[in-house]
Design a protein around this ligand. Sequence first.
Ligand code: ADP
Length: 465
Amino acid sequence: MNKPLLTYTTKRNILWLFISLIVIYLVFNLFTYLELSYLLEESIDTHLKHELEHISLAMDFYNDSLSIRNTDEFKETDLVEVTQSPFFLKVYNANGKLLFQSDNTKKITKYNVILPNDFQNNYAFKDFDLNGEELRVGFCKVTDNANKLLGIIELATFKSSSKSLANSLMLFNLTTFPFFVLMFIVISYFFVKSSFAPINRIIDLANEISASNISKRLTYEADDNDELGKLKTTLNNLFERLEFQINQIAHFSDNASHQLMTPLTSLKSEIEFLLKQNDFTQLHYESIKILHEQTERMIKIVRTMLILAKESDTCDCVKNIFNLSKLLEEVSKLYNQPHIKFKFGKNIFLRGREDYFLMVLQNLIENAIKYSAENEEILIECNIENQNVMLTVTDNGIGIPEQERGKIFERFYRVSTHENNSKGFGLGLSLVKNIVSKMNGQVTVEPNYPKGSKFIIKLPAVNFE
Ligand code: ADP
């Protein structure tokens, strides 16, 4: 099965991390923008306050007029700058009557700010919209020694200079945004991939452990106290318990098989003896025939279990050589039906036990028949390819769901959707796998198109040179 590049969980985590990074980035930028705008605005106020203080020191108020007391002070460079555009200066007496205004304010009729009431320590600030341009206006109360109000000075400047800095920062962030998006995608992808890497390794390692090699354990490096270490210990403990249970079952079934074989064979010979008698009614005869069939079936199962129990039976594969072409010839006679087709080359030899390999062929062909509709074509092919014997049994039957294909070679496993379809114990394919592995080969299954299954056996060909 092809692994998808990104699983659903990986995609979901990448998406979440990406969205989180984008949100953090946007919030951070917005916060920076607001904070910067606030600080710049505050710096305008400080600046205005400073200039207002200077101007107030340079003026003397008389009820309806004012005089510039200290012309030097008034002419200080910064003050001169203030009175020039873009600064606007207005001076009022205590009653709010305008006593003085800089030239630029005279030109702009719309520049008319209402004096505030909420002074704090003699200063007040407010915003003013002048034809769409924002102005920051500062006010300063001028008082005498008895704290009596003499006049009010108003000084305004454009906010645009400070805003433009914050705006250009925002513009910079907006233009670099696609780059950040790209960077966040890459970061999210690699972060999620690398954080899932150890879990994927554990899955692969755990997948390698099956009923046939349950004594294997997870051996990756991990600190016992971290999550991966704990997962390793938990899984290994689980495998430990499973191994114990599987061994118990295997011992029981091996013992039971041995114990059952003797009574079953004597039962079979007794039934065969009975069948040869001719003083039965037809009804009795039919019953005894069924008994005979079922006993043979039981013997077949027990024999299969006994073969499966012989784990170290590999030496025969080295000594014995048999002619597979001849065996296939004989098998083709056993299944001599028009829809069952055999195609094989001559003089193909294998190392191993011929009687066991006959079981392999019979199991695969009988399965192909069992799981196909009547007279559906079944093809058995055998050739030598690259020093390997390739034997395939292809049917056009009901097929095997993808997620079950890896499990059908396990003992007693039957595809859940097939269970009602035919009689069986789920032992045939584990026997096939067992025998083929002992012959140093492999058996695999893949779907046949448009329907059915294809079992492929690959075995080392015998080289007589
Ligand atoms: P069984 O005695 O149940 O056939 P096997 O070990 O031979 O046991 O097969 C295991 C399971 O694999 C079967 O129960 C069946 O669901 C599935 N199977 C085996 N061969 C085929 C096939 N040719 N087509 C469809 N399903 C099959």
